[in-house]
Design a protein around this ligand. Sequence first.
Ligand code: ST9
Ligand code: ZN
Ligand code: ZN
Length: 331
Amino acid sequence: MTETTNPSKQQNGDAVMPETSTRDDVFDDSYKAKEGPKPPMRLVWRNIILMFLLHVGALYGLMLVPSASALTLAWTALCFLLSALGITAGAHRLWSHKSYKASTPLRVFLALANSMAFQNDIYEWARDHRVHHKYSETDADPHNAVRGFFFAHIGWLLVRKHPDVIEKGKKLELTDLKADKVVMLQRKYYKLSVVLLCFLVPMLVPWFLWDESLWVGYFIPCLMRYALVLNATWLVNSAAHMWGNRPYDRNINPSENRFVAFSAIGEGFHNYHHTFPFDYATSEFGMKLNITTAFIDLMCFLGLAKDCKRVSRDLISTRAQRTGDGSHKTG
Ligand code: ST9
Ligand code: ZN
Ligand code: ZN
């Protein structure tokens, strides 16, 4: 694959419009579609089997829902929310994009919540996400949506990575992640933390506190909840890279998708997010359909987070008029 750079992309994966950018810069999509000859897909049977079993178990968990107590269902919702925040407020907005600053207690909380989500450790997640932003829709994008919905959604976890992902990923600036003791500690004890927080705690709490059966505890708050968080996350890579308006930049695939925003607790405003990746709200509309933004605001109120980065209304409007598809209200 030919090395290309997009003038609106920074080394850490953040895309920003340079003050001096010209119309040609803005519409330069030469970084897209530079696909080299496809290496053969190498299936990873261990992942295929485990993902199949997980989804069968999750469907069985869904069938068990009527037999679960109200407390168990409330606990499942809480586990969903906590693990989702470990991804959205933690791995994504804090560690991948540095869009706000978090105190040590909050970082510890988010790292634990992240282990509950079991989506690779924070270091690996943020590294892959930075390479996704910097090389979106190319072979170096781990979940390149040009390869279709299935690949972007789950398929990318079932095959070996394209060599460009690893080659380009190795050139990324990751010193901030390496310098964060919480990130490195979570990486060191990742497997243990996943066994405890993704599997044992969700299953044992209902059994211990209100006599739910271990069977229901295993299939509903554990497997079904895990599969739901995974699929909500993957929808951002698949659906939100395919369907929806592009009010801020019509030249990129990421789109505004309200269904995804709802299920991914605020992460479906993906055209906005790829246009202004440093914005802590990942959306123009603040807390609307965006539990994660409300959570970060609460953390700021409690003094546990600060320095939230935001894009000015003027810049949003100017950018929408210049590169949007016309669907922006002021555009
Ligand atoms: C999961 C992750 O689900 C989901 C992430 C989604 C991201 C979404 C983003 C959207 C925005 C945010 C929205 C959030 C919404 C949340 C909503 C919540 C309700 N750079 O990886 P290997 C090196 S995980 C540099 O084995 P293979 C690597 O260091 C689910 N280097 O590649 C290693 O070197 P060394 C659970 C890189 O062999 C070597 O390459 N997990 C990079 O091709 C090999 O690495 C799973 O299902 C890079 N980018 O295998 C499977 N990448 O040996 C977990 C790699 O020296 N993964 N390297 O250390 C795997 O099994 C494998 O990675 C594989 C590829 C089979 C997929
Ligand atoms: Zn992002
Ligand atoms: Zn994306």
